[in-house]
Design a protein around this ligand. Structure first.
Ligand code: AMP
Ligand code: TRP
Length: 341
């Protein structure tokens, strides 16, 4: 947690889209790390970014359910709404207000370089929504409306956080101010890029057509164990040391998952399991995954039985978030020259 702007009080912000289905990648790359950061003495703000989710079609009933489900996932994983601010994006209109200003700061050339847009829009970019294209400017607004200095994310979001810095720098430069901080992405730990269980060169993703490629946060113990048993590997036993994992993406992925779940370093894990055949390692990994994930999925189900409580938590969080965001938008409008601000 270094390299953020020092003149600003450290503050953590991150978000996940309620686009349905949380994976082990979301848990290890994001949620678990959000929870760990609660104890660091820094203010933590976590968001269910529903306005980002609608950049691709979402059925309205499904969006409501997915928003509550993601909130339940955050809570079940240990996010404490009294220690963090937890809310959904659309309840805090300041995100959209600042995003418009940033739409006028960001350059088309910057947006054209965003790899997530290219991946999501696919071959038919003409048919993608304007929102999908402008998505990174909204993400910059999410972060900067709180003057957040640190953003824990998985590897795939690094480019967006860098764009956030570019937007902050251009705003500060154009308006001769130092109002916005240079936010640092925090991409740490063994599982910043959890790979598919079927193909070690592809990211584990909720949108992969094969359910066997991912562990879902709602999978029960049997499903988790079965998917790990069937995970693709090469025929060799595990190498003796970390270096031996270099050209073995599937082996490396399973070891990284083990390390992230256990909290040990990859080197520690290799000291314990190096040289073991997969027939021995996979059951150990399956047991560990079930031990860590099964309680979260049952907690999630328990929260989901009380949607009114989830809605209450989100509303309370939104009120606290607005208290920070509103003066930042106010000041931004003043800087930009809007009368009445
Ligand atoms: P998304 O589901 O795309 O909204 O992602 C939410 C968060 O989870 C972001 O911080 C991502 O970087 C992270 N994430 C998603 N998939 C993975 C993965 N396979 N490995 C590590 N982090 C991931
Ligand atoms: N773009 C992120 C993703 O797809 C989600 C996101 C939106 C986000 N706003 C954010 C992450 C702000 C961190 C900070 O995963």
């Amino acid at each position: 947690m270094s390299e953020g702007t020092t003149a600003f009080t450290p503050r953590v912000f991150s978000g996940i889209q309620p686009s349905g289905g949380l994976t082990l990648g979301n848990y290890l790359g994001a949620i678990k790390r959000f929870v760990d950061m609660q104890g660091s003495g820094i203010e933590t703000i976590y968001c269910v970014v529903d306005m980002h989710a609608i950049t691709v079609w979402q059925d309205p009933d499904a969006l409501r359910r997915q928003t509550r489900e993601l909130t339940a996932g955050y809570l079940a994983a240990g996010l404490d709404p009294t220690r963090s601010i937890l809310f959904n994006q659309s309840q805090v209109p300041e995100h959209a207000q600042l995003a418009w200003i940033f739409n006028c700061v960001a350059r088309l050339g910057w947006m054209n370089r965003m790899t997530q847009f290219k991946d999501k829009a696919g071959k038919n970019a003409e048919k993608a929504s304007l929102g999908l294209y402008a998505y990174p400017a909204l993400m910059a607004a999410d972060i900067l409306v709180y003057h957040a200095t640190h953003v824990p994310v998985g590897e795939d979001q690094k480019q967006h956080v860098e764009l956030t810095r570019d937007i902050a720098a251009k705003f500060n430069h154009d308006f001769k101010t130092d109002f916005f901080p240079m936010t640092a992405p925090v991409i740490e730990g063994a599982a910043t890029r959890v790979m598919s269980l079927r193909d070690g060169s592809k990211k584990m993703s909720k949108s992969d057509p094969s359910d066997a490629s991912r562990i879902n946060m709602t999978d029960d113990a049997d499903a988790i164990a079965k998917k790990i048993r069937k995970a693709k590997t090469d025929p060799e036993p595990l190498p003796e040391s970390v270096e031996g994992l270099k050209d073995r993406p599937e082996a490396r992925n399973l070891v990284n998952i083990y390390a992230a779940l256990s909290g040990d370093t990859v080197a520690d894990v290799m000291a314990q399991v190096g040289g073991k055949p997969f027939g021995e390692f996979k059951p150990l990994l399956a047991d560990l995954a079930v031990e860590k994930l099964a309680p979260i999925s049952s907690e999630m189900a328990r929260y989901m039985r009380d949607p009114a409580e989830i809605d209450r938590i989100l509303k309370d969080g939104a009120g606290r978030a607005r208290a920070i965001a509103s003066p930042v938008v106010q000041k931004t409008y003043e800087i930009v020259g809007m009368v009445g601000a």
